[in-house]
Design a protein around this ligand. Sequence first.
Ligand code: FE2
Length: 361
Amino acid sequence: MDTPLTIKRIHHVEFIVGNALQAAYFYRKTFGFNQTGYLGPETGHPGCASYVLEQDRIRLVFTTPLSHEDPRNVFLLLHSDGVKDISFEVDDVDASYQEAVRRGAASALAPKDLQDENGRVRVAAVRTFGDVIHTFVSTRGFKGSFLPGYHPTQVEGEDLGFTRIDHIVANVEDRQMDRWCDYYARVFGFHQFVSYDDKDISTEFSALRSKVMANETRNIKLPINEPAAGKNKSQIQEYIDFNYSAGVQHIALYTPDILTTVRKLRKNGINFLTIPKSYYDGVWDRVGDIKEDREQIRKHNILVDRDENGYLLQIFTKPVQNRPTLFLEVIQRAGCESFGKGNFKALFQSIELEQKRRGNL
Ligand code: FE2
């Protein structure tokens, strides 16, 4: 029997952006999403324009507020384009909301119905780190493709092979990591999956600490980072400074064939962090055999790591907007369930190079 608050899966991730028309075009043309839904003045919703993008099990929504009075403008003023809502699918929205609030979550939206000709969907929301919220959704019995008010559209993207969200990472303020981990454990019943301290994730210059929280079935993994003291400014602190508060640092998208996906992303104009050439000197001794072509992995600057269960391949984009805030990760796993601990140092060094170029180190 489910407890009153069982988070089943991520229903969608909603971004608030300055220009949803162009953001949707960007993610369709670069990351290969299909545009499958639209809500806006033309569909009877004069207050905003929202585009739904899908690829296999990944669903992203890009929303721009249209009126000056819309409080979502404050989000844009403070944070610029970024993730506002990691929406959780649950069985019973009212029970989940009441239980979350009883366990200490702050309400963002009391339960209400969304309705159109395809039926009714119950939603409610609670706040989390920064200005991010978790909307509880149950679409059982709803006949539409996404949520009430959205009209189906079919604008095909070139499928890049992404199948699901692997993890979503939060950056929180100094000394706030444990508080937010406790929040996810206490309110949503998440458990700690793994933890990394500043000895794992540091260079000579900067550092961070990280703990990974996961729901019961582990189909939602949420690493939470905080800055740690170093000689120079932590990349997490740079994020906090530019985002004005805690927020979503990166979304990792899973592909079963990272080489094909990354080749296409590069062709589509996506810029990735470059890794010091020396990274590949010792990497094969460290991780051993992999099925993929080592030369291609090196050529595309893909990082490799191994734990006792297998290996993973991963690569990180540069920030996907002008502020050095949100970026994306592309990840392929072969058994390995970890997050690339062996790559943290190399990754940090390349982020420091970027921080230096931005004058923020
Ligand atoms: Fe990641």
